[in-house]
Design a protein around this ligand. Structure first.
Ligand SMILES: C[S@@+](CC[C@H](N)C(=O)[O-])C[C@H]1O[C@@H](n2cnc3c(N)ncnc32)[C@H](O)[C@@H]1O
Length: 154
């Protein structure tokens, strides 16, 4: 029988986790050692661009040499400014999310207008590369927003 890989759950700020105990140039942290798989789902877009860079750098210092970061999130089109991204996302909700009440849709609009800062899909791979990651898109959704990338140590 195959035994499950070691796994532990923690609830905390993802940026603090990435920076916690990381030592530039060394894999892992003093507390946990290297991590095989880092997965983030639709959370990193809540960080500023500067914080995204810090997250990528910290996560890179914590991942095992043969590990990976699976990053599912929303991203802006190449060169698209945040306002344009928000406008088309709001249109998408107003026109397409017809099965939920309008006030629920408005709640989502209010949330993303205040808290969503998706990375530029064309620039983020260079930021990742500068932090020591090789970037590969695994999937990009039809709405030019949701996507999944696999990052592996360079
Ligand atoms: C759009 S929800 C995604 C929830 C879930 N991960 C999923 O994929 O369905 C965004 C989540 O990011 C979390 N989040 C935002 N900023 C965070 C941070 N700095 N550290 C950890 N989680 C954060 C929020 O608490 C929220 O649960």
């Amino acid at each position: 029988m195959i035994s499950p890989p070691p796994c532990s759950w923690r609830e905390q700020d993802l940026l603090s986790w990435a920076l916690e105990g990381s030592v530039p140039g060394e894999a892992g942290s003093a507390t946990t050692g290297p991590v095989d798989l880092i997965h983030s789902s639709f959370a990193v877009h809540h960080l500023s661009d500067e914080q995204k860079g810090q997250f990528l750098s910290g996560a890179r210092s914590r991942v095992a040499p043969d590990g990976m970061l699976l990053w599912a999130d929303v991203f802006r089109d190449p060169g698209e400014i945040r306002d344009s991204y928000l406008q088309r996302y709001v249109q998408r909700i107003r026109k397409g999310w017809t099965s939920i009440p309008a006030e629920e849709g408005q709640r989502v609009i209010d949330h993303l207008s205040q808290f969503d800062f998706p990375a530029d899909a064309a620039a983020v791979d260079s930021t990742a590369e500068a932090c020591g990651w090789a970037w590969q898109w695994l999937w990009r959704g039809q709405h030019r927003a949701e996507a999944l990338a696999r990052l592996t140590p360079l």
